[in-house]
Write a protein that binds this ligand. Structure first.
Ligand SMILES: [Fe+2]
Ligand SMILES: [Fe+2]
Length: 176
C-alpha cells in the first residue's frame, strides 16, 4: 500500500465529522443555545485527529521528505499552500474555542460559534480535495517504492505514539 492510502482514509473520517456541523448549526439556531459538549468533542477531534495526527503526518513526514526532493514549481507551490492552510485551520479552531469559552461565561457568542463551524465546514473539504485530487498521487512519484514503504512504516509509528501523547496531555491538563 502507498503511504497516501491511510491519509485518504483519514480524510474520509474528517469529512464525516464536518458534515455533522450543519445539523449542529441548525440546532444552535433553533434552540438559541450552544451545546458546548458537542463543541468540545468537535474541537478535540480536530485538534487531536485532524491536526496533530493527520496534519502531523503530512508536515512531519511527507512534507519533510518532499523538501529533500527537487519539486516542480507547481508542487512546491501546493506544499506551501497546504502548510498555510493548516495554520489557518488552527487559527479558526482557536477562535472557536475562544468563542465557546466566552459563551460559557455568559457571552452571547452563539452566532460567532456558528460562523467558525461554518468556516471549518467550508474550508476543510477544499483543502482535502486539493490533496486528494491534485497532490497526493503525483507527489508519490518523487519517491522510490522503498522510500514509500519506509514512509508508510513511519506513519504507523507516528500513529502508535499518538494515543500516549494524547492521554499524557489529558493527565497533565487535569493536574494543572
Ligand atoms: Fe493537509
Ligand atoms: Fe490531509
Amino acid at each position: 500500500m502507498k503511504p497516501i492510502g491511510p491519509m485518504m482514509w483519514e480524510h474520509r473520517l474528517i469529512e464525516k465529522m464536518l458534515r455533522m456541523f450543519d445539523g449542529e448549526i441548525i440546532k444552535i439556531n433553533e434552540n438559541n443555545k450552544v451545546d458546548t459538549v458537542f463543541i468540545d468533542t468537535a474541537v478535540d477531534f480536530i485538534k487531536t485527529y485532524a491536526d496533530r495526527t493527520h496534519h502531523g503526518k503530512e508536515e512531519d513526514i511527507l512534507f519533510r521528505d518532499l523538501a529533500k526532493k527537487k519539486l516542480s514549481p507547481e508542487h512546491a507551490r501546493i506544499v506551501n499552500e497546504l502548510i498555510e492552510e493548516h495554520k489557518y485551520a488552527r487559527k479558526i479552531v482557536g477562535s472557536l474555542v475562544a468563542a465557546k469559552e466566552r459563551y460559557l461565561t455568559g457571552g452571547d457568542t452563539s452566532q460567532e460559534v456558528i460562523g467558525y463551524l461554518k468556516e471549518l465546514a467550508r474550508f476543510y473539504p477544499h483543502h482535502i480535495e486539493k490533496e486528494d485530487k491534485h497532490f497526493f498521487f503525483p507527489c508519490m512519484d518523487y519517491f522510490t517504492s522503498e522510500e514509500q514503504d519506509a514512509m508508510l512504516l513511519e506513519f504507523y509509528e507516528f500513529d502508535r505514539k499518538m494515543i500516549h501523547e494524547k492521554y499524557k496531555k489529558v493527565v497533565e491538563g487535569l493536574k494543572a
